[in-house]
Ligand binder design. Structure first.
Ligand SMILES: Nc1ncnc2c1ncn2[C@@H]1O[C@H](COP(=O)(O)OP(=O)(O)OP(=O)(O)O)[C@@H](O)[C@H]1O
Length: 229
């Protein structure tokens, strides 16, 4: 389990996260939801120690984060970090050299799944295919947890559907996933838990199935209540 407790984050004098607390379990998809600028990316950066925090704690399976965090947690940022002149196969080689937990078999499977051509250069890919390569590079790591920042952002419906399919496939297996979005419609039916952020706080954390069964509400219904109040 990833446990985020009373997280505080300031940029200069501006408080961005003010007492953020939530958990993300293995085998589940947890979605951080909130309008632009609410601090979703900052939370992922904090979990992976890419940004410092001013208070609170973050544990992974009960342990504080260490320099070996990337063996346990794979971070898929909202934009690809590979150099544009690289071919997809070169980007995969780079990952293989860099990470001990790179799984080429899973990478090859995703190349087939997304119908990508591994000799294509990253700079020549469409937005949708770039997003797929970005996803592939993160998901091919054997990590227990995967953090994904806005994987659906700015891509067409067919690519979004294909990416959504990954969430129900064995490519996610029993890993714990934290995904951020301000657009829930593509993944509403896939997520186990929603964490609604507002004004630097967790406004509501709920299991999507419970709210559906007990209150007959969708995630979007709850979002409307929270953000249009
Ligand atoms: N390096 C930085 N220096 C100063 N302010 C920053 C920095 N990074 C983020 N911020 C500010 O922190 C706030 C939260 O940013 P963050 O990117 O985490 O939001 P977000 O919810 O992921 O937004 P989006 O949906 O647009 O991606 C924003 O007001 C942003 O301007």
């Amino acid at each position: 389990m990833i446990e985020v407790k009373n997280l505080q984050k300031k940029f200069g004098r501006k408080t961005v996260l003010n007492d953020v607390t939530f958990t993300a379990e293995k085998g589940e998809i947890t979605c951080l939801i909130g309008i632009n600028g609410v601090g979703k990316t900052t939370i992922l950066n904090a979990i992976t120690s890419l940004t410092s925090i001013q208070g609170g704690s973050i544990t992974i399976d009960g342990n504080p984060r260490s320099k070996h965090i990337f063996e346990k947690v794979s971070y898929i940022p909202d934009a690809i970090t590979m150099l544009p002149h690289m071919k997809i196969e070169e980007a995969m080689d780079f990952m293989d050299d860099f990470y001990q937990n790179w799984n080429q078999q899973r990478a090859d499977e995703m190349i087939d799944f997304f119908k990508l051509n591994s000799t294509d250069k990253i700079s020549t890919l469409s937005k949708g295919n770039t997003a797929k390569v970005n996803l592939l590079l993160g998901l091919a790591l054997d990590a227990d947890y995967v953090l994904m920042d806005e994987p659906f952002s700015g891509i067409d419906i067919f690519s979004r559907e294909q990416i959504a399919e990954v969430f129900t496939s064995h490519l996610i297996e029993d890993r714990g996933v934290i995904i951020t979005t301000h657009e829930i419609s593509d993944i509403e039916h896939l997520i186990d838990k929603a964490v609604l952020l507002d004004e630097g706080k967790v406004y509501k954390e709920f299991r999507t199935e419970e709210i559906r069964e007990e209150e007959g509400k969708s995630v979007v219904d709850v979002m409307r209540e929270v953000y249009q109040r």
